[in-house]
Design a binder for this molecule. Structure first.
Ligand code: PMP
Length: 420
């Protein structure tokens, strides 16, 4: 499969070699690294991307959830053009930042006030910093497999902002072990940060009772609970916290909300967020040239108010649920060791059987088979994440969804035939 991949993508190979001279590994985004080399994209439209080599793919990566609107939404384009015509580096407040803030605060009852940043990483670092300042404590509980604690870690090596934090790593969906860790560290905890579904960890769904236990424990002891909904906010109008009816003290957001432009946000309880009010003598400074950048704010407002309404979110989530159920049916009917975990428009393939409740359950999964699956999909014109993540986008129609179903069914049939 890899040799066919090399042969079909000569321009991407040449581009990768050029890039590797000036970018370590030819790469400036670790998640896009792909052995033997990544395909370079030249353009995109609707739910399709086209490579330098002229191959067109149905985009099931959806820019790791940020590509929710697809690549050419007319309403977003109009907002973008309007922003461009009005000048886009103004150096002052703009109306759209209040509008975007209001839209988000109205959807998330737990977010009384919010501040914007340039990425989910930055927003999350600021949420941790504010928890630390407000609590006067240092320790941060993160979870194995999480964006903050597992495969992808932003530790002190990435940002000096993280340097003061002292991380405690707990097992996801395992209340007994988590509670013991919380109790052992209870006097030093600034906050607990958790994704209500682990995204980059492999779309591992939280047990609502686990989240509730965490909420109850932290509330009883005044420890700040942060939900990282950078990825999961797309799953319902008010994010997964709305679905589960659990209110964290703070929430971080990002990805699609900026309509495809760099975006991050953190918000929550009024008494915590009030600490950012510059009128206070002890305010927390939060500058950032691009925090209110005109493109992000304008396109973000158009997207949330006119395109991704709570009704549109519910519809996309049920389409995703139907697709995931269908794919799982294909695998289980063939007794093939493959499953798709996730919720709604976000899913991840795992080459293993049995419930996946944490990354510990993935220890025995068949990674070479997952790679084969990846190369098979790419060869047939599909664009998923190398690690097996699939995200639906709004411009996808039934044809794209049933196309993926067919390709998966063929893969399962061919591999099953080979192993019999
Ligand atoms: N939190 C989570 C849960 C994420 O998945 C990501 C990125 N995939 C981030 C934060 C960071 O967001 P960004 O890539 O915008 O920095």
């Amino acid at each position: 499969a890899k040799s066919r991949y090399r042969a079909s993508n000569p321009k991407s190979w040449a581009q990768h070699q050029k890039a590797a001279r000036v970018l370590p590994g030819g790469n400036t985004r670790t998640v896009l690294f792909s052995d033997p080399f990544p395909i370079t994209l030249a353009s995109a439209e609707g739910c399709r991307v086209t490579s330098l080599d002229g191959q067109t793919y149905t985009d099931f990566l959806g820019e790791f959830t940020a590509g929710l609107y697809g690549h050419s939404d007319p309403i977003l384009k109009q907002a973008m053009m309007l922003a461009m015509e009005s000048g886009w580096v103004r150096g002052g407040h703009i109306e759209q930042e209040e509008q975007l803030a209001s839209l988000i605060c109205n959807r998330f009852p737990s977010i009384a006030q919010i501040r914007f940043a340039n990425s989910g990483t930055e927003a999350t670092l600021y949420a941790l910093s504010s928890a630390r300042v407000v609590s006067g404590k240092n320790k941060v509980v993160v979870f194995e497999g999480a964006y903050h604690g597992g495969v992808f870690t932003f530790g002190a090596q990435v940002s000096p902002l993280t340097a003061p934090f002292d991380f405690v790593r707990a097992p996801y969906n395992n209340w007994e072990e988590t509670e013991a860790l919380l109790n052992a560290n209870k006097d030093d905890l600034a906050c607990v940060i958790i994704e209500p579904m682990q995204g980059s960890g492999g779309c591992i769904v939280a047990d609502p009772d686990f989240l509730r236990a965490l909420r109850d424990w932290t509330k009883a002891r005044g420890v700040i609970l942060i939900f990282d909904e950078v990825q999961t906010s797309r799953l319902a109008g008010g994010g997964l916290q709305g679905v589960y009816g659990i209110e964290p003290d703070m929430t971080t957001l990002g990805k699609y909300i900026g309509g495809g432009f760099s975006f991050g946000a953190f918000g929550g309880r009024a008494d915590i967020m009030e600490r950012f009010n510059p009128l206070r003598p002890d305010y927390i400074a939060h500058a950032g040239t691009f925090n209110n950048n005109v493109f992000t704010m304008s396109v973000g407002v158009a997207g949330l108010s006119k395109v991704y309404t709570p009704e549109a979110a519910a519809a996309l989530t049920s389409r995703g649920d139907a697709l995931r159920n269908r794919l799982n049916e294909i695998a289980s009917n063939a007794s093939f060791p493959m499953q798709f975990t996730g919720i709604g428009s976000m899913m991840n393939v795992h080459m293993c059987e049995g419930p996946v409740r944490s990354i510990r359950d993935l220890v025995g999964s068949n990674l070479p088979l997952r790679d084969l699956f990846y190369f098979d999909l790419v060869e047939q014109g599909y664009w998923p994440a190398r690690r097996g993540m699939f995200n639906l986008s709004l411009p996808m129609g039934d044809a794209e969804i049933s196309g993926l179903t067919d390709v998966v069914a063929r893969f399962v049939r061919d591999r099953s035939a080979l192993t019999q």
